[in-house]
Ligand binder design. Structure first.
Ligand code: SF4
Ligand code: SF4
Length: 288
């Protein structure tokens, strides 16, 4: 993919849940996992311009021109009919932004920002763009104080992390299951690379946070607190952990039938991690 521009699903000028402080978040289109519990499955694939969603738009905001789907933002009413029509886990509603486009947006909000987070989809699918964007931020006298973070599923290879490492300040990594087969069932991929990523980023001092999502009866994290704690304690006893509680609002397919995680289940898991030496643990602020 050309590294001078990115396919962006959404840009959020302010967020306080995507890394430290107040952050501008860029959600890139495309993912290499297919999580059963994905809340935004339309971010998984790049649009193939098949045109199937065009006629579904009740507001004539979509058209097919020279075999390309054109999205007219001024006509769009954000009704989501197109993404519910698409059978390719995609959306026609994406933006093609250059590094300079995004820098201009960052400059607008810069006085209120602590940093930038690139998320997804899976952000690292567009790694050359991220590297170029972060490099440009570091070279700009007015922006270089902003920290540059990646929110990732951890599947990027070590050589990939090495490429972005000089301009990366921190990364949040999700570990979705302890057992590789369960991870594969939940995401479509095993977790070897994810565990390697956590160890590697901690070693080079770029790991901001490891995230666990508790899904009762479907992930095995809560049954492997001792294994998880041993793994993380060997890496860094001060490792920052965030535990999230699964809820089935907004999920699709089979995950709609899954039970939400309760406060008791999350707190029991946190206590087990603490009993095994981990102490830097953040719990959900709300449970649904
Ligand atoms: S969300 Fe999609 S279907 Fe709805 S108005 Fe916008 S382009 Fe059309
Ligand atoms: S969003 Fe989906 S249905 Fe619409 S053109 Fe792209 S791939 Fe086809």
């Amino acid at each position: 993919m050309n590294k001078s521009w990115a396919i962006v699903n959404k840009l959020l000028p302010f967020s306080c849940v995507d890394g430290p402080g107040n952050r501008l978040v860029i959600f890139l289109q495309g993912c290499n996992f297919k999580c059963l519990n994905c809340h935004n499955p339309y971010t998984i694939s790049l649009c193939s311009d098949c045109g199937s969603c065009v006629s579904s738009c009740p507001h004539q905001a979509l058209s097919l021109v020279d075999n390309k789907v054109i999205w007219q933002t001024s006509a769009c009413q954000q009704c989501d009919t197109c993404i519910n029509t698409c059978s390719h886990s995609s959306t026609p509603m994406t933006y093609r932004y250059s590094v300079e486009d995004i820098l201009q947006t960052i400059r607008k909000y810069q006085p209120f920002l602590t940093g930038i987070t690139v998320s997804g989809g899976e952000a690292t699918m567009q790694l050359p763009f991220i590297t170029k964007l972060f490099s440009a931020i570091k070279q700009d006298q007015n922006l270089k104080h902003l920290t540059c973070f990646i929110d990732s599923n951890g599947y990027l290879s070590q050589s990939g992390w090495q490429k972005v490492q000089p301009v990366l300040d921190g990364a949040m990594i999700d570990l979705k299951a302890w057992d590789s087969q369960i991870h594969k069932k939940l995401t479509g991929r095993d977790n070897h690379r994810v565990k390697q990523t956590i160890a590697y980023l901690a070693k080079i001092n770029k790991l901001y946070e490891v995230r666990f999502l508790i899904i009762p009866e479907h992930t095995d994290l809560q049954h492997n607190a001792t294994h998880l704690a041993q793994f993380l304690m060997d890496i860094d006893p001060n490792i920052k952990i965030r535990i999230n509680a699964f809820h089935n609002h907004g999920v699709h397919g089979i995950a709609k039938t899954w039970k939400p995680a309760t406060q008791d289940q999350v707190e029991l898991f946190a206590m087990q991690l603490k009993n095994n030496g981990l102490h830097n643990i953040t719990l959900p602020s709300v449970y649904l």
